[in-house]
Ligand binder design. Sequence first.
Ligand SMILES: *Cc1c(COP(=O)(O)O)cnc(C)c1O
Length: 439
Amino acid sequence: MNYYSTNGQSKELSFKEVVIKGLPKDKGLFFPKEIPALPASFFAQLPFLSLHDIAVEVLKAFVAPDIPEENLKKICAEVFTFPIPLVAVEEGVYALELFHGPTCAFKDVGARFMSRCLQAFAEPDQPITVLVATSGDTGSAVANGFLGLENIDVVVLYPVDGVSAIQEMQFATLGQNISAVGVEGTFDDCQALVKQAFSDEELNQEMNLSSANSINVARWLPQMVYYFHAWGQWKKLNPEGQDLTIAVPSGNFGNLAAGLLAYRMGLPVTYFLATTNLNKIVPDYLANGVYRPAPSVSTIANAMDVGNPNNFPRILELFSQELEDLQQVVKGFWADDEAIKHAIRHLYQTKGYSLDPHGAIGYLGLKQELPKLGTQGIFLETAHPAKFKESMEEVLGEEIELPAQLQAFMGKTKQVTELPNDYASLALLLRQKHKVGTM
Ligand SMILES: *Cc1c(COP(=O)(O)O)cnc(C)c1O
């Protein structure tokens, strides 16, 4: 499959090229040249297919010919190793639990898939250095996704005093090919350093730098897989069910863009809900047609504190830039912290189910919209509630236990390189690592 840029000013590239490059020169987003329609027979079988088999079927056209089907099967066998169950929460309302992976968040899926694709393209004499800036969760998913891969080094830049203890443990205790670099600055400083490294032509000639942020096609595409799986599981439970709405807690809108790509391939979902916290740029746009990015506002659903959603251009492209067509399928919803806390308490007290602050927004969206839409609903539970231990304990007034995956990080030793907030120091560090890697 070839990919073009949504800004239309860069040339078409292959899957391999777009995975390595990440971003087109014209600063648009890579988008597949064709969207293959899946046959009715696939949807008839879907309730009975494994995640692995769904993944191979829906992804093969997008990665061919750079990743042949045999290799794709191997990659999917390594990526989709944990369950993604659909859990009934209330009458006609289901949670798709995306938090059973190594770092307990849905980003595990994209990060693991991207890592294996990149590895398929890395050569022993041309190692790849993945540089990523994180305010917490992306760094842990990427670091764990890439852990132990040959010919790939990962450098995670993070604000040394700006991430939670548990987040830091998830990427700073791994060792091997993962380096944690604590920058004496803010997340924005880390992002600026990464940007400067990518625009440093001399450095880029000496080494292969790659980014693993959420706009990379190899992180975006595999997220489709669990939408197909969710529909299949729902159909199994509701063989007569016709209409379904999926609510997606959104920040950068990569996850929703993947759901809508699945829709374009034929997934028979009736509506999607674009659900956000107070950073309601997209719900506002869907309501009044004005797209107005704004500085981000802090909320307790902090992985969604995004004021300028970087994947949104893909959603417009999926609807050929037609707002009215988009509005037919995607409805907006947003919630503030009070509503989130209320939902968490309510569902815990009535059903014993723990929502995390992000999933809670999807749940609230369904509660408000389903009566109007007249469908059943699935909301995505994007992270394990224990990842937000402090807020959860405050809301529920009781202690939250860490799941085994997260517990495992806590006893380990941190290995952190501290770095002044200064580009020359970063360039030196990258050159030193590269030299060691190729010796
Ligand atoms: C990243 C993240 C989101 C937002 O996903 P996008 O693809 O950026 O819209 C939602 N919830 C959690 C827990 C996340 O980590």
